[in-house]
Each structure stands twice: as C-alpha cells, then as structure tokens.
Design a protein around this ligand. Structure first.
Ligand code: COA
Length: 271
C-alpha cells in the first residue's frame, strides 16, 4: 500500500514552502508548483491534491506571482491518481481531488506545465486546463480511464473533443492507449516539444515570457479564450466592453509610452 502523508498543511523547510509531497518555489514572478513523489512517478494522493489546491490558491492571491508553473520531480510529470487510493475512495464530490480540479480550472493567472516522462490520467487531463505546455520528447501521455473501468474526469470528455476533434478524442478516450509527444503536439495538447531533460527550462522560459506581459490584459485575454459558449455577436460585444476598460489602463499607457520613447515596455509594477 501507499506511504501517504496525511495532512495538507504548509511547513517551512530549507527556506522553501512545502506541503506534503507538493513543493513550491519562486523564480521571479513565476510560482513553481512541483509534484514531488518521484519514487512513485509522482502518483497523486488525496493529500497531494489538497497541497496542489492550497499552493495554487495561495499563489493566485499573491501579487508577487504573475504565472503558475506546474512540474514534476525526477523524470516524470505524474503517473496520475494513486491507483491504491482508488481501492478506498468511494466518492469524488467534496474531496481535495475535486477541489484541485475546480481550483485549476478557475485560475485567472496563466498556467504553464512542464511535462516529461509519464503524464497519465490526471497528468494528461490537467493539461487541458493549462494555458501553455512544454513537453520533453520522452513524454508519455494517456487517458486510460476506460481500461480501468472508469470514466473521464476534469471535464476532459468536453475539452478533449473540443481540442482534438471528435474522432481523435474518441480514439484516445475509447482505446485509452499511451501516446507520445509528437502526437500530443499534433492534437494541440502541448505547444512545444523539446529534447529530454529540457522540459522544465522550456516551461520556465514560457512562463517568464508570460510574466513579462501586462497582467490585467493577460488575465482578461485568458478569460475570453476559456469561455467558449457564446455567439460571435455576443463575443464581439463582450470583447468591446473589456477593450473599452483597457483603454484607460496604466498598461496601455506604459505600452504606448514605451513605443514613443523607443524602449522596451516595463509592466513589472502591475498587479
Ligand atoms: N499509483 C500508484 N503507484 C504508481 C502509479 C500510480 N498511478 N504509477 C506508478 N506507480 C508506482 C509503481 O507501483 C512503482 O512502485 P514500486 O517501485 O514500489 O513497485 C513505481 O511507481 C514505478 O512505476 P513502474 O510501473 O515500475 O514504472 P514504469 O516505468 O514501468 O511504468 C507507468 C510507468 C506510468 C507507465 C506505470 O507505472 C503505470 O501505468 N502506472 C499507472 C498509471 C495509471 O493508470 N494511473 C491512473 C490514471 S487514472
């Protein structure tokens, strides 16, 4: 059976914030949230979901953080839910697993994932909620639910067909077979594929590029991209309202001033 930590409480260790097997650290305005159970390929326990949700929630309300970066320790992203936990788990609603998924899906700040090795089950479905994904060429993705006698989670039955088209989603969900980084890029699940061992650097670089951009504009753009259930005319009007608001933003002032003064824009003081 598993060696599960039982609480989701923060404590300090070596100057870093830790919560069970979830470790957080900061690189500039990028908050790195790392699944840290490498001997089990970062398989996720309920306590770890609680730690992930807590870490993301804390970073979301921290003005020093512009972007979240999800990563795994060792050679893997995550091999998904701890299979041993499935033997004792009787419900999902109201658990830390559901809380993590709802938290991830509702983050206003951009989320980047750096994937290498196994990205199985929730390791694949959580990517559908990330904004940008960098993957190593040794990554192995899988939506294995049907083979376990389970059904899709994390709104993946809605989001995967939207992303990949029905037939490709059906192939991946109904057969539940593993697939590599090239296929993940072809279906749009990942943005870039890099040599093995370079995924975290590539993910961090993407996150830093996002962190240098105007924060309010980023969040509003993300919110628009994520909401897909509007008609084109409704969307034109909603975008126009947000555009109007943005016309009086300090971010636009800085962008135009930088253009006129022929210098790079500096959005670092923004929230
Ligand atoms: N839950 C619990 N333990 C897991 C796990 C999981 N999801 N994934 C891996 N582990 C454990 C293994 O039991 C093994 O533990 P041990 O060393 O104590 O025996 C260790 O992690 C290494 O895994 P192993 O299977 O030996 O590595 P591998 O490289 O041969 O295979 C995977 C990697 C990811 C393909 C394989 O571990 C796997 O299929 N895991 C299950 C994935 C899954 O179905 N997840 C649930 C999705 S809903």
């Amino acid at each position: 059976m598993t060696d599960l930590p039982l609480s989701g409480t923060y404590h300090q260790e070596d100057g870093r914030e830790m919560t069970d097997l979830i470790e957080t650290s900061r690189d500039g305005a990028v908050q790195i949230v790392r699944m840290t159970r490498p001997d089990k390929k970062n398989a996720l326990t309920l306590a770890m979901y609680g730690g992930l949700a807590d870490a993301l929630t804390a970073a979301e309300s921290d003005d020093a953080v512009a972007v979240h970066l999800l990563a795994g320790a060792g050679g893997d992203f995550t091999s998904g839910n701890d299979l041993n936990d499935f033997l004792t788990l009787t419900g999902l609603v109201g658990t830390d697993l559901e809380r993590f998924l709802l938290t991830l899906a509702s983050l206003a700040k951009p989320v980047v994932a750096a994937v290498r090795g196994a990205a199985v089950g929730i390791g694949s479905t959580m990517l559908l909620h990330c904004d940008l994904v960098a993957a190593a060429d040794d990554s192995r993705f899988q939506f294995p639910f049907v083979n376990l006698g389970l059904v899709p989670e994390a709104a993946s039955s809605l989001l995967l067909p939207r992303l990949a088209g029905y037939h490709r989603a059906a192939e991946l969900m109904l057969l539940g077979e593993p697939f590599g980084a090239a296929k993940a890029q072809e279906i749009g699940l990942v943005n870039s594929v890099v040599p093995a061992g370079e995924a975290e650097a590539a993910g961090l670089a993407l996150a830093q590029r996002l962190a240098a951009r105007p924060r309010q504009a980023l969040r509003k753009t993300k919110a628009l991209l994520k909401q897909g259930d509007e008609s084109v005319s409704e969307r034109i009007t909603r975008e126009a309202r947000l555009f109007e608001e943005a016309l009086s933003s300090p971010e636009l002032r800085e962008a135009v001033a930088a253009f006129r003064e022929r210098r790079p824009a500096d959005f670092s003081g923004g929230r």
